[in-house]
Design a protein around this ligand. Structure first.
Ligand code: UDX
Ligand code: ADP
Length: 468
């Protein structure tokens, strides 16, 4: 049998991964019809409007150029499944909150429901591609579900095709990926399915950058890539603590270390801690996997990357309290940035949430400003996070429309996200409205420390010892 030519793609899950990925496929493959389906009506309505449900630089242009031509958004999941030759499954796989593996293992209920739906609805053979980040061997479980529930004459090939895009740069990453990874069973049929998907990407990605491997290697590679990226950040953050204690400067250390071509310069920026939907989840998955494989030392090793991240957030929050003369009760503290990184409105696992919760526990008065995150999202993040009830949160925290408004009369300004606009603020004007001493805590090492110090601020940054 020869590989099929893919003409119709359905993507189940119109989220941060499925939406941008399949919108780019539509733009790059005008001969393929791409339908992105989701159970969430509001999300689909937003994808069909001028106000897309996610903020991602360049995404509006991509969606506008293909929507209504060969790119469609719909809640009709069954129709999408019926029509497609290839189906991406790109649903959410959060960390389990209860039951076996709670706090570590991925909750695969959404993935399994979507898979079951494919089996129940499909009347012809399909290539089913797992796009969501999943624990190793999930493809096997999907295959069992599909085979146990399929109609006679329907054959399903399973591929793993993890997505490596980073939020904030998703469109650039998708246009020019470092690599595309496709995992398949090493049977004739598996290889044909792999070739069919490879031909889709070959519309814009050089063939030598499309790597084809076994299913489990593909699944593990995604977890491994995220674990190793996160490990770099935890390593540099661990060093930042040493810098603060010794007077060394973490940016200088990271620069010197990164100049070694064996290390490389990327992902060595010390910070208040990493966030995002992937790093913590994937490492915890790896920890769970290691434990299930009776490899406790391996589990302990990866767990330390997450523990260091928790420590970094906690350390930063504590530094604010210590510097404000050991109490922040009743003091006004401005948090600049709520998203987990710049150029996204996504707040999943954002360090700001942990830090704000710490300040709330200390009964500070908090103002928050983020250029992209909605007010509802901020309230949701805080009420879902800890055990502080909604009323005291609303009493102590105000969401502002600008950085200036958030910073007015603040005893401490705490930068948690590296939004470019924070560099351009009128810091003199802000200083004029702050009580003295006026503190800025730079959790992203992004502000011009000298300029702020010259204005009169006391500037405290992660990874530098001396308070200027
Ligand atoms: C990550 C991976 O980069 C991507 O390949 C994968 O597909 C999904 O997970 P993402 O979480 O979107 O992407 O963003 P990323 O740029 O990796 O940043 C993750 C977190 O690490 C952010 O909170 C960011 O601020 C932080 N970070 C990143 C640092 O603190 N220092 C760095 O040097 C780099
Ligand atoms: P990610 O960051 O992995 O893309 P998101 O949470 O942003 O995760 O998106 C996942 C999407 O998948 C959500 O919009 C959710 O409504 C959708 N989804 C989950 N289960 C199903 C399902 N069985 N059928 C269709 N859509 C689903």
């Amino acid at each position: 049998m020869a590989p099929i030519t893919v003409k119709k793609i359905c993507c189940i899950g119109a989220g941060y991964v499925g939406g941008p990925t399949c919108a780019v496929i539509a733009v790059k493959c005008p001969n393929i019809q791409v339908t992105i389906v989701d159970l969430n009506q509001a999300r689909i309505d937003a994808w069909n409007s001028d106000n897309l449900p996610i903020y991602e630089p360049g995404l509006d242009e991509v969606v506008k150029s293909a929507r209504g031509k060969n790119l469609f958004f719909s809640t009709d999941v069954d129709k999408g499944i019926l029509e497609a030759d290839l189906i991406f499954v790109s649903v959410n796989t959060p960390t389990k909150k209860s039951g076996i593996g709670a706090g570590f293992a991925a909750d695969l209920k959404f993935l399994q429901l979507a898979t079951r739906r494919i089996a129940e609805v499909a009347t012809s053979s399909k290539i089913v591609v797992e796009k969501s980040t999943v624990p190793c061997r999930t493809a096997d479980a999907m295959r069992t579900i599909l085979e146990a529930n399929s109609k006679p004459g329907c054959h399903f090939d399973i591929l793993s095709n993890p997505e490596f895009l980073a939020e904030g740069t998703a469109i650039a990453d998708l246009f020019k990926p470092d690599r595309v990874l496709i995992g398949s069973l090493q049977t004739e049929q598996g290889k044909d399915a792999c070739e069919a998907l490879k031909n889709v990407y070959a519309n814009w990605v050089p063939k030598e950058q499309i790597l084809t491997v076994g299913l489990w290697s593909s699944e593990l590679s995604k977890l491994a890539a995220n674990a190793m990226l996160a490990q770099r950040i935890s390593s540099v953050n661990a060093l930042s603590a040493i810098c603060e204690a010794t007077g060394a400067n973490i940016d200088e250390v990271a620069y010197a270390v990164g100049k070694d071509t064996r290390v490389g310069s990327k992902f060595l920026k010390a910070s208040v801690g990493f966030g995002g939907s992937c790093f913590q989840k994937d490492i915890l998955n790896l920890v769970y996997l290691s434990e299930s494989l009776h490899l406790p030392e391996v589990a302990k090793y990866w767990r330390a990357v997450v523990e260091m991240n928790e420590h970094q957030k906690e350390r930063f929050a504590r530094k604010v309290v210590d510097t404000l003369f050991n109490t922040i009760t009743g003091k006004k503290i401005a948090i600049l940035g709520w998203a987990f990184k710049k150029d996204t409105g996504d707040t999943r696992e954002s360090p700001s949430i942990t830090i704000a919760n710490h300040f709330l526990t200390e009964k500070a008065r908090i103002t928050v400003y983020d250029p992209q995150v909605t007010q509802d999202q901020i309230w949701l993040d805080l009420t879902n996070y800890g055990d502080i009830p909604a009323d005291p949160i609303k009493e102590h925290l105000t969401i502002c429309q600008s950085a200036e408004e958030a910073c007015a009369n603040a005893e401490a300004i705490v930068v948690c996200t590296e939004w470019d606009e924070f560099k351009q603020l009128d810091w003199k004007k802000i200083y004029a409205k702050c009580p003295r001493p006026a503190f800025v805590f730079d959790g992203r090492l992004m502000l011009n420390r000298k300029e702020l110090t010259d204005i009169g601020f006391q500037v405290i940054t992660i990874g530098t010892g001396d308070r200027v």
